[in-house]
Design a protein around this ligand. Structure first.
Ligand code: ZN
Length: 147
């Protein structure tokens, strides 16, 4: 699932918590739960490492832009709990991306768990997956704007 969807989920979750450490690990857990939902971006796995990192970087910039917009419009007050929750939502994909660049054997069990979650659900078409991710993103933003 794209980082933008994970990050907005992290914004929602982080608003409900009061401890940064709990926020971080709740963010990590939310990442695995969202990745368990069929989301149609498995085709990215067939791309070259360079292209995967380019897509991940663009996704990261979109995620930061959505967060920046919510903060600049005063829909959201950034605090350490929200920051750590978002870092938790990013962690599994950042660790996976880091292992593509630099081999770190200690990351293998973490990345194997990530792959196991990704492989444990059925695939859906990229267009259905993108639509689902847009719906999830939009739902999260609407809930954030509602408050
Ligand atoms: Zn993931």
């Amino acid at each position: 699932m794209y980082l933008t969807v994970h990050a907005t989920a992290g914004l929602l979750i982080g608003q409900q918590l009061s401890n940064p450490l709990i926020g971080f690990f709740t963010g990590v857990l939310s990442h695995y739960i969202l990745d368990f939902i069929p989301h149609g971006d498995e085709f990215i796995g067939k791309f070259s490492t360079k292209k995967k990192l380019l897509i991940g970087s663009a996704d990261f910039i979109v995620a930061l832009s959505v967060g920046w917009w919510l903060i600049s419009q005063n829909y959201l007050q950034l605090n350490p709990v929200i920051i750590f929750t978002i870092l938790g939502t990013f962690a599994p994909d950042f660790l996976w991306g880091s292992a593509m660049i630099i081999k770190m054997p200690w990351l293998e069990p973490i990345n194997n768990l990530h792959h196991a979650v990704q492989r444990s659900r059925p695939d859906i078409s990229p267009s259905a997956g993108i639509l689902l991710q847009i719906i999830l993103l939009w739902t999260s933003v609407i809930i954030l704007l509602w408050k």
